[in-house]
Design a protein around this ligand. Structure first.
Ligand SMILES: Cc1cc2nc3c(=O)[nH]c(=O)nc-3n(C[C@H](O)[C@H](O)[C@H](O)COP(=O)(O)OP(=O)(O)OC[C@H]3O[C@@H](n4cnc5c(N)ncnc54)[C@H](O)[C@@H]3O)c2cc1C
Length: 458
């Protein structure tokens, strides 16, 4: 439904921002809001492609004056449902990155993806703690916590945040850190949304030039012994190593390594941020688990962090679901082989299990709102064929999640859960005490509910 927006107010918005304002029907709106998941098409009343903090402030004030809800998009990697109303603030153009090598602090704009931060940090022998894909938006990812290839050695990415600049519901720009608006700082490290528009984030980088990381690829009859070895190995793996496995129906597309295109494989991922010889020693049980068809594990520069998981760079239609769980055993391996393994008829391009623990279990010293800190594993299932989105993917995902059964964690982190669009999952996205404290912070910083948040709104 197209609503009538006050034309004077719209004209004032256009005068006050340096970026572009689109209203529904304008040429260019669809391109500005197109995100990673092309199965989700947004068509909000107004889009403001912001180019500065001042633009964000003006867009939020405009929305509040016109009783419109505000949403934010950087890359569209997290798009849950089509946005059909309100104001969408597109942060793509907020692409500043500055690094102080002395303090090891990077300040990055709201539109920045991880890849350029990794590249910029590498010039100083520093790296951010990223997710598996360097093409995900750094801020959207970190607002949910952020678990990546170094999560067991370095924790949630949000543990490395030292401050945010935030436009709150009245258009005011606040600095949130451990000294100023510390309640907002707490909430933004894991609380995800409903608090304001983050215009920039300051994050501590880690001294690191290389890591011993990559993947071991198993095919055919080698898959089962490799998986069963990983399950045993994971019970006592050192916390300096972060590892995961994925059943992958490797698509016949350019981003897939050529020898694997079109094959069904088990990929065991491994990342150790230390001496390569020690890394090789720690990886030996996995390498010896079964016949490796492709050994992609070795010393890599931090700039190659995306090659550990090889997530797709280009967007397309996708259907993704996830959960967290607390233990893994050979019975679960049986079920995963049956439901997601070779010959299972899985509709998924990938079914992935990542091991948590170590630093993910230790909160930052001043505490954060991260959900899922106690969990020991994540699971994600990803379908790319739209013909499976209505039935085959949901049915098979339900069967796989049922197999997890009582091992399922009480809380699933917001970057894995559907809590922001699914009422049943909403209350299990943060522990109850965190959930309540987040509600207090949201009521304080957004008392009239300008920022769309949570499934009730949808
Ligand atoms: C291929 C792929 C790989 C992924 N890998 C990982 C991973 O390894 N680890 C992990 O933890 N997660 C991972 N995710 C999940 C990802 O972290 C979330 O989807 C995240 O929300 C993406 O942020 P974005 O800004 O790129 O996406 P967007 O869709 O642009 O934003 C998602 C949400 O973030 C919030 N947001 C974004 N920017 C701002 C801002 N400036 N101010 C306020 N709110 C904002 C909004 O609520 C918005 O709806 C992955 C997702 C995909 C599709």
């Amino acid at each position: 439904m197209t609503i009538q927006i006050d034309t004077d107010s719209l004209a004032r918005l256009r005068d006050s921002v340096a970026g572009t304002v689109f209203v529904r029907g304008d040429a260019g709106l669809a391109a500005e809001v197109a995100g990673f998941n092309t199965a989700i098409v947004h068509d909000p009343d107004v889009v403001v492609a912001v180019t500065s903090e001042n633009d964000v402030s003006a867009a939020v004030q405009f929305a509040a004056d016109n009783d419109l809800r505000v949403r934010v998009q950087a890359t569209g990697h997290g798009g849950g449902l089509p946005i059909t109303d309100g104001v969408l603030i597109s942060t793509r153009a907020l692409d500043d990155i500055s690094i102080d090598p002395e303090t090891r602090l990077a300040t990055i704009g709201a539109g920045v993806r991880w890849a350029p931060v990794v590249e910029a940090g590498a010039e100083f022998g520093l790296t951010p703690i990223t997710g598996s894909s360097p093409h995900v938006g750094a801020i959207g990812y970190t607002l949910g916590g952020g678990l990546g290839p170094l999560s067991r050695s370095h924790g949630f990415t949000s543990d490395w945040v030292r401050g945010f600049r935030v436009v709150t519901a009245d258009g005011e720009v606040l600095t949130a850190n451990d000294r100023t608006h510390s309640d907002l700082f707490w909430a933004l490290r894991g609380g995800k949304g409903g608090l304001g528009v983050v215009t920039s984030m300051t994050i501590e980088l880690v001294p690191m030039r290389t890591l011993y990381a990559g993947s071991l690829i198993f095919e055919g009859v080698e898959i089962e012994p490799a998986l069963r070895t990983w399950v045993e190995w994971a019970q006592s793996a050192p916390e300096s190593v972060t590892s995961s496995f994925a059943f992958i129906n490797v698509p016949d597309v350019e981003f897939a390594p050529p020898p694997l295109r079109g094959k069904f494989v088990l990929s065991i991922r491994f990342a150790f941020p230390g001496d390569p010889a020690e890394g090789a020693r720690l990886a030996a049980p996995l390498r010896e688990a079964a016949g490796v068809s492709l050994d992609l594990l070795g010393e890599i520069p931090t700039t190659a962090v995306g090659t550990i998981h090889n997530d797709p760079v280009e967007g397309g239609p996708d259907w993704i679901r996830g959960l967290m769980f607390d233990s893994i055993d050979q019975d679960l391996a049986d079920d995963l082989l049956r439901l997601a393994g070779p010959g299972s008829g899985t509709p998924f391009v990938a079914v992935e299990v990542r091991q948590l623990g170590g630093a993910t279990h230790r909160d930052a010293k001043d505490g954060t709102a991260v959900g899922g800190r106690d969990a020991r594993f994540t699971m994600g299932v990803i379908a790319l064929d739209p013909s499976t989105f209505a039935e085959r993917a949901p049915e098979r995902a339900a069967a796989i999640f049922d197999a997890v059964g009582g091992r399922r964690s009480e809380i699933t982190n917001v970057n894995w859960s559907r809590g922001l669009i699914d009422a049943a999952e909403f209350t299990t996205t943060w522990p109850p005490a965190v959930f309540d404290r987040l509600a207090v912070a949201r009521a304080k910083y957004d008392p009239s509910g300008v920022f769309a948040f949570g499934p009730a709104v949808e």
